[in-house]
Design a protein around this ligand. Sequence first.
Ligand code: HEC
Ligand code: HEC
Ligand code: HEC
Ligand code: HEC
Length: 441
Amino acid sequence: MKRWAACISILTLAASCDVVRRAEPTATPVQQADVVTVFLTGNELGELKPCGCSGGQLGGFDRRAAILNSAPSQRRFVVDTGSFVAGQTEQDLIKFNMVIRALDLLDYDLVNLTEKDVELSRNLGLLNSIGSLFNIISAQQAADANVPTKFTKQLPLKDEPVTVTVAAFDAKSSPIDQIDRLFANSTAGQSVNILILTGCDSGVIDTIAKSAPAVDCLVCPADSDEPRIISEPNRKPLAFSVGRFGRYVCRLNITRAAEGKLKLDFQSLPVQEKLQQEPALVGLYRDYQQLVKEHNLVQKYPRFSPEGLKFVGSDACKSCHPYEYQQWQATAHAHAYATLEKVGSQFDPECALCHVVGMEYESGFISQEQTAHLKDVGCENCHGPGSEHVKTLGKTKTAGPKSSCLNCHTPEKSTEYAGNEQAYLKKIIHWQEPKAAGNVK
Ligand code: HEC
Ligand code: HEC
Ligand code: HEC
Ligand code: HEC
C-alpha cells in the first residue's frame, strides 16, 4: 500500500505505476532517499514515435518522459548513448535535429555522440553548439571541436554522495590500458563508472574485466530492440546493451548495501502505449510532420518506372468491375489515406509508402492535389499498374509490380497478421465466386 502511495505522488501519471512496481522486484521497498538512478537510452535510429499501425507498439519520445520522471530530477542521471538516425537522407537529417531537440526537452544530462553522430552534427553545423543543450562526450576525437571523452555527475545518496562517471571508449583504436586512467579519480564505495564502448566482443569484455577493475558497467552496441545483459550473472563489469528504436529505457538503480558497498540493479522498462504523453514532445512531433511536408519528401521519393506501365487509379476499374469496386470500397484499404490525415502523417513518405498506390514509381502517388486518384490502398497495389489492362479493355492481363499482403502487413506494422492470414484475406474478399473474369461486365 505504501508503495502505491509513493508511486502516485512521484509519477506524472498513476497509470505508469506498474513500471515502478516491475522495476523493484526486491522484497523490501526502497526508500527514495536510499536510491539514485541512472537512465540509459540510445540507438533511436530515427524512430521518433511508433507508427500506431496496430496496437501494443512500444516507444516514442513523447512517452519516454513518463519513465524518466519516475525518478526525481535531483536523484537521476539521464544518459543517451547515441546513434540518433539510421542513414543520411534528407529525412534522416530532419530527424537528427528532432532527436537533439527531444533530448533537450527531456532534460538529458549527457549524450554520447557516435562517430556518425559527430559527422552529422558537423555537416549540420551543430558540432560546436550542441554542447550548450546537454553535456556531450565522444570516443571520436574531432579536430574541429573540443568534445571530452568523459563526464561526471554527483548524486545525493543517503550517508554519502555517489559519483557517477560515464566515459566513451573505442577499443579498436585505443589501447585498453588507457581505460583505468579515465576513472583514475574514483573511490571505491563512492563511485560508479560506466564505459560506453564502440565495439564489444567477448574478448574485449574479458580484457576490460581483468585490466580495468574500476569499470562497473559496460554499455555495448545494441543488436536487438530490447536491452540485453551480455555479461555472466553477478560478474563485474555488468555489460549490457540499451536496445534499439527507443522501445525501452534502461534503468540502473544505485543503492548502498549494509557494508557500505554500492549495489547496482539493472532493469529494462518498456515504453508502453498507456504511458502519458508529454505535451512538449507531442508538439515536437507535429513540428516534424510540418517540416516533412515543407521539404516535399513524398514528391522527392526515389522512383522508377514499372516497365512502361502506368498507375491509373481504382476509379478507372469501376466501370468494368463494379462489384469488385464496391466490395473493395467497404474495406479498410479504401480509407488508408484518411487514416494518415487523421494523425497528420500524410506527407511523410515513411507512412505513405503503405497507405497509397505506387509511391516508389514514376506514375505513382505524389500528393493529394496532383494524384488524388492514387490515395489509399487501391486495386493496383495488389494487381499491378493497370494502364495496359484498361487500354486493351481487359484483354491484356494485369501485370507489373504487385505487393503481397506481407509486404505491408509486416510483423511490426500489423502485429495480428501473422497466424491470421486467412481471417485477413476473408475480410477483403471482393471477387465473385467462382472467381472469374466471366463475371466482368
Ligand atoms: C500496400 C500495402 C498493403 C497491402 C499490399 C495490403 N494491405 Fe491490408 N492494409 C494496409 C493498410 C495501410 C491498412 C490499414 C488501413 C486503415 O485502416 O487505414 C490495411 C488494413 C487491412 C485490413 C483491415 C484490418 C482490420 O483491422 O480490420 C485487412 C483485413 C487487410 N488489410 C488485409 C490484407 C490482405 C489479406 C492483403 C493481401 C491480399 C493486404 N491487406 C494487402 C496495407 C496493405
Ligand atoms: C510497411 C507498411 C506500413 C507503413 C510503412 C506504415 N503503415 Fe500504417 N498500417 C499498415 C498496415 C498493414 C495497417 C493495418 C494493420 C492491421 O490492422 O493489422 C496500418 C494501419 C495504420 C493505422 C490504423 C490503425 C487503426 O487503429 O486502425 C494508422 C493510424 C497508421 N497505420 C499510421 C501510420 C503512420 C503514421 C505511419 C508512418 C509513421 C505508417 N502507418 C506507416 C502498414 C504500414
Ligand atoms: C489488398 C489487395 C487487393 C486489393 C486492394 C484489390 N484486390 Fe482484387 N484481388 C486480390 C486478391 C488476393 C484476389 C484473389 C486473387 C487470386 O486468388 O487470384 C483478387 C481478385 C480479384 C479479381 C478476380 C480475379 C480472378 O482471377 O478472377 C478481380 C477482378 C479483382 N480482384 C479486381 C480488383 C479491383 C477492381 C480492385 C479495386 C477496386 C481490387 N481488386 C482490389 C487482392 C486485391
Ligand atoms: C474496360 C473494362 C475493364 C477495365 C476498365 C478494367 N478491367 Fe479488369 N478485366 C476486364 C475484363 C474484360 C477481364 C476479363 C479478362 C478475361 O476474361 O481474361 C478483366 C479481368 C481482370 C482481372 C483478372 C485477370 C487478370 O488480369 O489478372 C483482374 C485482376 C482485373 N481485371 C483487375 C482490374 C483492375 C485492377 C482494373 C483497374 C486498374 C481493371 N481491371 C480495369 C475489363 C476491365
